[in-house]
Design a protein around this ligand. Structure first.
Ligand code: SAH
Length: 347
């Protein structure tokens, strides 16, 4: 069931398949996720999944400090843009700005805050959280001001659509969605993958990072990507999650979060192709440890009630633990050509 004012995603998808035939996986994922994010707040314990910034304020604070450091290294360009793609509830940005206001008022004064968010529901939550700190919301990178860009994307790119190509004898096939009676079912359609590519490919992710990298090359700044992902060659990492449980991606489009792991090798290639310097990917655990997550957590715990302190410690462990988010999640930074190695990365 969709929201009352919103066309039901399943009905929209079924009608398009009935009219035009099998639907490519990337189109399916785009329609399902637009409906999903457009109609709800999926984050937190009562929602479908929990993200890093929702577990500890230290996450957004360390990212804010990273941006300030890179901005200073580039000569503190003014004016500049501090932007986030897919800000969810606005928690990361709120934590980053609180730290920046206290420790780097020069960065706060130099930057206007821009959010890239397509969901009207989440835009409203971000507005409630961040108020007049937000200069503007954007549908995409295209309308950001032409200025040095300090951009964070944390668990954003995994929501963008993927395609999947498989070898079938001498030919290639692409994963698609068809109708069997009233049911959505997987099928394959003939297709040619982009040159040299196979398996899971996200043209949307690669186009996004290329556009962000072009801006950084032209105007200065940095893009920091944190997400779960692999180093290339994956066949199928598509997953649907509802109420913290994996579900069948076809069962209820628009009612479950669809995501795919980010291909960090493709990400690095696309950013380098745009002329940028790329650092990483490094494991998130190593990255956050180098930025001082254990030390920051210890400081926060000193003034916190015991229950909160335990939560903060558990969150920090979860973000760094190799068996939790420490290895699967990765950090990658995109900077102008010739830039110095940013904090948390190795040359
Ligand atoms: N970064 C946040 C939220 C992650 S959920 C956190 O870690 O808590 C993904 C976010 O990306 C949501 O805000 C969602 O509405 C947004 N989003 C999904 N697809 C998008 C698109 N194509 N363009 C812009 N924002 C998108």
């Amino acid at each position: 069931m969709g929201d009352r004012d919103q066309p039901d995603a399943r009905a929209v998808i079924a009608a398009e398949i009935a009219a035009r035939g099998p639907m490519r996986l990337d189109r399916f994922m785009a329609l399902a996720n637009a409906a999903y994010y457009g109609t709800r707040d999926p984050l937190g314990r009562g929602g479908d999944f929990i993200t890093a910034p929702e577990t500890t304020q230290a996450y957004g604070e360390l990212i804010g400090a990273w941006m300030v450091e890179v901005w200073r290294t580039q000569g503190a360009p003014t004016p500049a843009v501090f932007a986030e793609a897919g800000p969810g509830r606005g928690t990361l940005m709120a934590d980053a700005l609180r730290l920046i206001d206290r420790l780097a008022p020069d960065f706060a004064a130099a930057c206007s805050v821009h959010l890239i968010e397509t969901s009207p529901t989440l835009r409203a939550l971000q507005a409630a959280r961040l108020g007049d700190r937000v200069a503007a919301w954007h549908e995409s990178l295209a309308t950001l001001p032409e200025a040095p860009l300090f951009l964070i994307a944390s668990e954003f790119l995994d929501a963008l659509p993927v395609r999947q190509f498989r070898r079938r004898g001498e030919a290639w096939a692409e994963r698609a969605v068809a109708l069997d009676g009233d049911n959505l079912v997987w099928t394959e359609i003939p297709a040619t993958p982009p040159p040299g590519r196979a398996g899971e490919v996200s043209e949307a992710v690669e186009a996004w990072i290329a556009e962000a990298a072009q801006r950084v090359v032209r105007f200065g700044g940095a893009v920091l990507v944190l997400d779960y992902g692999h180093l290339g060659g994956a066949e199928d990492t598509l997953q649907a999650v509802r109420a913290h449980q994996p579900v069948d991606p076809l069962a209820a489009p628009g009612e479950a979060d669809l995501s795919a792991q980010v291909d960090f090798a493709a990400l690095a290639r696309a950013a380098r192709g745009a002329g940028a310097s790329v650092f990483g990917p490094v494991p998130q655990g190593a990255f956050l440890r180098a930025l001082g997550l254990p030390e920051r957590t210890a400081i926060l715990c000193r003034n916190a009630p015991p229950a909160t302190a335990r939560q903060l410690q558990a969150a920090a462990r979860r973000l760094m633990d190799p068996d939790a988010m420490g290895l699967l999640f990765k950090a990658l930074a995109v900077l102008p050509p010739g830039a110095a190695t940013p904090p948390g990365f190795t040359p």
